[in-house]
Write a protein that binds this ligand. Sequence first.
Ligand code: HEM
Length: 334
Amino acid sequence: MAAMLPGLNPPYHTRVRRSVGKMFDRDSLVDIKKSVERITEELLDELDVQLKDGEADLSAIVSEELPVMTIGEWLGLPAADYPMLRSLTHDQVFAQELLPSASQLALSDAATGILRGYFTAVIQERRKAPGGDPISTWIRTWDELERDRDKADEAVYRLVLFVVLAALETTANLLSTAVWLITSHPRQMGWLRAHPEDISAAIEEVLRYDSPTHVVSRVASEDTVLAGVPICKDQMVHCMVGVANHDPAQHVDPHLFDIRRRASHLSFSSGIHYCLGASLARLEVNTLLTAVLRRFPGLRPSRTPEWAPRVAFRRLLTLPVVQAEHRDGVGRAA
Ligand code: HEM
């Protein structure tokens, strides 16, 4: 993981970050937006069918699917591989956990090995039949930056793997957390139905209130003092961004979920490592919330969801929901 983007320092970090290109700028998001909207509607059709029988797990039906389908289509990966990629990334992220057990690290190692084989083969295929997809573009870019073909392929592999790892669990968790927090606060949900222009602000409050990643780690490159705490060279520092987002010195009544707050947060980090996929994650959650508010006004959690027992990467394992009677008659009985 130390060789992936967040572990790099300038000037190499600058070089790798530039090689990614304009990943999700306004223009490229226009096309992706159409896919995200189409996929979201299809997944919500499935949710609708399952809700007719009563309770449905929104996490499994929607949140786990939307990020892998979006990134998979964007990278041009076969849909048949999505379940495998999703399951391997769940295992792989243990390497980034705060206190992983030996067995979790073994799972993570095994997953990394399989993912390396998979993406190495994808890169070889794209070399033989390049297209207009991001992986082919990164190959062209790295062939110009690096004379050694093996080093160029290694750089592309690290980019593709990191983008997939960065995009799946984090976004899946944000989608479930957003639906959980909004549907379990019916008055705020009602406000958003009447004021869809506030959905973006509500998403920022979801990100602040329960960040998908709670820890950002760094290694000190020299002896230093951080907020009064002496840190020695090579010591690792874990910045608890989930806690910082609840700092009472920054936020009034920080443990209150309030979509009118308009507060800033550190959930996408900050500085040179600021998340490159933030606009895609925001697009996915905005599309989902907008569609849920329109199609399922009576959606409610039927039980408290289950979270995986982890610290760094939050993970909602299930989000059981029902469609309750809604007073404007749009909703259906559960
Ligand atoms: C809710 C969803 C997401 C969250 C909460 C999130 C969070 C973060 C955080 C905290 C970092 C900084 C790590 C550090 O400073 O050490 C980061 C970096 C990064 N993220 Fe995201 N991310 C999300 C979605 C995505 C998506 C969808 C993509 C790509 C499709 C992505 C790609 C990246 C990349 C490439 C970096 C490395 C940037 C660098 O080091 O220069 N992320 N993300």
